[in-house]
Design a protein around this ligand. Structure first.
Ligand code: SF4
Ligand code: FES
Length: 253
């Protein structure tokens, strides 16, 4: 199939940027979206032009690196699918496709489709971990965890940190991302000792990094390639309310 692409080109963070019209020729419907871009880039390189810069790593839906808004939708038109797992059979011959980077204040564009997502790393650094010694494999198995809690924790832990929730939200909110990190640890006994400190520190970091607040548009859940539910945002709010009196007491207030 042949396609017309309108790709966001931006030389660097200070460049204004613009959409560039490019042609993608002889594309197989079995190619992934990123493989289609590889073909376009090979053509550009042959012509002596600058290839399109885009992020990718695993290309199997687990690293969260591939971050593109396709025809106005973060990760494109297929539900619960990362850009690297999106295939060209989702499009038709002659289609025009608009490809842009994640758009959010906390994700400045580095080049073309590549954005700086280190703000999310700093939110995780603020508290998305446990400091207790978890011992060996045997110790982990010695702590019994109700099946329902383990399942909920695993559902939240599916988050791959891609940032599509932020890109899809009109407020650039990272609450679904933060909620998934807080919830997966809050549901496990190993996450309990630091639960109050964690939720406050991660929420503070989220606000400091320029992410907005949730106003219940639910676009995050619709864009999430892992189907993380907005119920975790409710859980984040509950954890925060539970933590406030404890952290205020610790601070002597
Ligand atoms: S919650 Fe979903 S959309 Fe947001 S970072 Fe995690 S996997 Fe990506
Ligand atoms: S490249 Fe790893 S999830 Fe897409």
């Amino acid at each position: 199939m042949n396609l017309i692409l309108h790709v966001w080109r931006q030389k660097g963070p200070k460049d204004k940027g613009r959409l560039e019209r490019l042609e993608a020729r002889d594309i197989s419907c079995d190619m992934s979206f990123l493989e289609m871009l590889d073909v376009v880039n090979e053509d550009l390189i042959k012509q002596g032009a600058e290839p399109i810069a885009f992020d990718h790593d695993c290309r199997e839906g687990i690293c969260g690196t591939c971050s593109q808004v396709i025809n106005g939708q973060a990760h494109g038109p297929q539900a619960k699918t990362t850009v690297c797992q999106l295939h060209m059979r989702q499009f038709g011959d002659g289609d025009e496709i608009y490809i842009e980077p994640w758009r959010a204040r906390a994700f400045p564009v580095i080049k073309d489709l590549v954005v700086n997502r280190t703000a999310m790393d700093r939110v995780v650094e603020a508290g998305g971990f446990i400091s207790v010694s978890t011992g060996g494999v045997v110790d982990a198995n010695a702590i019994l965890i109700p099946k329902e809690d383990a399942d909920t924790a695993m559902d939240a832990a599916e988050c791959i940190g891609c940032g599509a929730c932020v890109a899809a939200c009109p407020n650039g909110s990272a609450m679904l991302f933060v909620a998934s990190k807080v919830a997966h640890l809050a549901k496990l006994p190993q996450g309990q000792p630091e639960a109050a400190r964690r939720v406050c520190a991660m929420t503070d970091a989220m606000l400091k990094e320029g992410f907005g607040n949730c106003s219940n548009h639910y676009e995050c859940e619709a864009a999430c390639p892992k189907g993380i539910s907005v119920k975790f945002i409710a859980m984040l709010n509950r954890e925060y309310l539970k933590a406030l009196p404890r952290t205020m007491k610790d601070q002597g207030k």
